[in-house]
Design a protein around this ligand. Structure first.
Ligand code: KIV
Length: 264
């Protein structure tokens, strides 16, 4: 497959072709995912839970993400790699630029930040200095203690309107991609229609421009339990390469996520 760029991802949105994405943390899996034709890989701070065994993502450091980004890039030369910016590494534009530069040097094509309009100055600064940004709205795990648990977001009219406003603000600041996590499908559809940048959903229904799963969820070895929005593709597929292929095929054909994976 040709090298995936941010322009290619935007073109896919315009042409209605679904973007497929998985988290990855090492070279063996990133290589396998690239061979199966995945478009984007996220070196997620979910590593705090699935690799490090924590109960949330807050202990992950910028050094952790940089190390795993190097590993992922070593296995996948042509795939679009997004590196997560950990908790408290982007509280102001200067910190955001300093820490994001380390992740870009490690091989990322883009960095991901969790939060709404308050991120405007950091995103503007990053973009001006050549660092592409992915926003992340909805159930943003770094705010788990503010939410009082891993809870579906955007269920009231007020919260939904605020999220649409935040999505537009992130785009205006310069964000070029947007992850929507654990929100009602109708709201994810409204956000996807309200912005011109691609949206990638996880627990956000079938109408986002693409889908992402934590790779451990795809093969049924999640920390603790399989979330409602996920599916064990290994059960049907029988092998890891076939499970990844089935996930990609099902996302692209619109079979995944199915209604039982959605929130209202
Ligand atoms: O850290 C992560 O893996 C993520 C995805 C769940 C989107 O942010």
């Amino acid at each position: 497959m040709a090298k995936i760029t941010v322009s290619k991802l935007k073109k896919m949105k315009q042409e209605g072709e679904k973007i497929t994405s998985l988290t990855a943390y090492d070279a063996s899996f990133s290589s396998l995912f690239e061979q199966q034709g995945i478009h984007a890989l996220l070196v997620g701070d979910s590593m705090g839970m699935v690799l490090q065994g924590g109960s949330d993502t807050l202990a992950v450091t910028n050094q952790d993400i940089a190390y795993h980004t190097r590993c992922v890039r070593a296995g996948a030369k042509d795939t679009f790699v997004i590196a997560d910016m950990p908790f408290m590494t982007y509280s102001n534009p200067a910190d955001a630029c300093h820490n994001a530069a380390e992740l870009m040097r490690a091989g990322a094509n883009m960095v991901k930040l969790e939060g709404g309009e308050w991120l405007y100055p950091a995103i503007e600064s990053l973009t001006q200095q050549g660092i592409p940004v992915c926003g992340h709205l909805g159930l943003t795990p770094q705010s788990v203690h503010v939410f009082g648990g891993f809870k579906i977001q955007g269920r009231t009219n007020e919260a939904a309107e605020k999220m649409i406003h935040d999505a537009k603000a992130l785009e205006a600041a310069g964000a070029q991609l947007l992850v929507l996590e654990c929100i009602p499908s109708e709201l994810a559809k409204a956000i996807t229609e309200a912005v011109s940048i691609p949206t990638i959903g996880i627990g956000a229904g079938k109408d986002t421009d693409g889908q992402i799963l934590v790779m451990h969820d795809l093969v049924g070895i999640s920390a603790g339990y399989i979330p409602k929005f996920s599916k064990n593709f290994l059960l049907e597929a029988g092998s890891m390469p076939e499970a990844v292929k089935k996930y990609i095929d099902d996302v692209q054909s619109g079979q995944f996520p199915a209604p039982e994976h959605e929130f209202n």
